[in-house]
Design a protein around this ligand. Structure first.
Ligand code: HXC
Length: 256
């Protein structure tokens, strides 16, 4: 167990809560290493179907830990490939939902964007303020935000370092929905339970296919999607899902 986060199970859902509220859940190297080590086996576990990533009322995460980074040199950062491990988190195949209240800044905003989608509480504030510290985003901000909200707005966010509120984030497609703060975690857990109720391999492929839309030319993406669609006709999930529809009953995906 880590003092930087907790992991609790809600049926087939793993809820990951950052627990450094005094530092506004700033992300340090220990937290990253421990979090990824603990989540890796859960990602592969057949009885975990979805992750929910959250923080505290005041902050989802206010970025990488500035105290930890402040004395580092170029040699230190490049030598240890600082924060490269977050790509492992991004690549977990289980669907991940971010439930964001308060600040999601710098690495915190990037952590939210590494999840497959974001639900925001009304207090959520997103930003990439690294330029104010004399650096730029380092765990995907310039890339993922640009793909999510387009160049003009992403450029403005990275160059000015300003924050956007939950409504603006909804309007530009950074987040999927906005909920009252006290309901956003519950909404994320409900979505997660729905997702975890489906066959895990099918949810993993659906997630991967959507991400491929950002990575592949359209023709390649369409072909990849169609081939995966065909391959699912070799699964219990397809037989069960379609049989249950025709027999007017709920499907039972527990064998997947
Ligand atoms: C370390 C942090 C922190 C951070 C806040 N704290 N953010 N500590 N790293 N990223 C600490 C403060 O030092 C303070 O500690 C306590 O949390 C509360 O913060 P305050 O500043 O007192 O609160 P407030 O006035 O409400 O301002 C909130 C805030 C501000 C707007 C979020 O804290 C802020 O601007 N934080 C930095 C945000 C940022 O620049 N993030 C990007 C980091 S770079 P004490 O001990 O004084 O109470 C990054 C790069 C990612 O993320 C890429 C890496 C490869």
């Amino acid at each position: 167990m880590s003092e930087n986060f907790s992991i609790t199970r809600h049926g087939r859902v793993a809820l990951v809560t950052l627990t450094r509220p005094k530092q506004l859940n700033a992300l340090n190297s220990t937290l990253a290493a421990e979090l990824i080590a603990e989540l890796a086996p859960l990602d592969r576990a057949p009885d975990i179907g979805c992750f929910v990533q959250t923080g505290s009322d005041r902050a989802f995460a206010a970025g990488a830990d500035i105290k930890e980074m402040s004395e580092k040199s170029y040699g230190d950062m490049s030598g240890m490939d600082f924060f490269a491990e977050w790509e492992v988190f991004a690549k977990f195949r289980s669907p991940k939902i971010a439930a964001v209240r308060g600040f999601a800044l710098g690495g915190g905003c990037e952590l939210a964007m590494m999840c497959d989608y974001i639900l925001a509480g009304e207090s959520a504030k997103f930003g990439q303020p690294e330029i104010k510290l004399g650096v730029i985003a380092g765990i995907g901000g310039t890339q993922r935000m640009t793909k999510l909200i387009g160049r003009a707005k992403s450029m403005q966010m990275h160059l000015t370092g300003r924050m956007m509120d939950a409504q603006e984030a909804l309007d530009c497609g950074l987040v999927a929905q906005v909920h009252p703060d006290e309901q956003v975690l519950e909404a994320a857990l409900q979505d997660a339970a729905t997702i975890a109720g489906y066959a895990k391999p099918v949810a993993m492929f659906a997630r991967e296919a959507v991400h491929r839309a950002e990575e592949l030319p359209l023709a390649e993406g369409l072909l990849w999607e169609r081939r995966v669609f065909h391959s699912l006709f070799g699964t219990h999930a397809q037989r069960e899902g379609m049989a249950a529809f025709l027999e007017k009953r709920d499907p039972d995906f527990r064998k997947d």
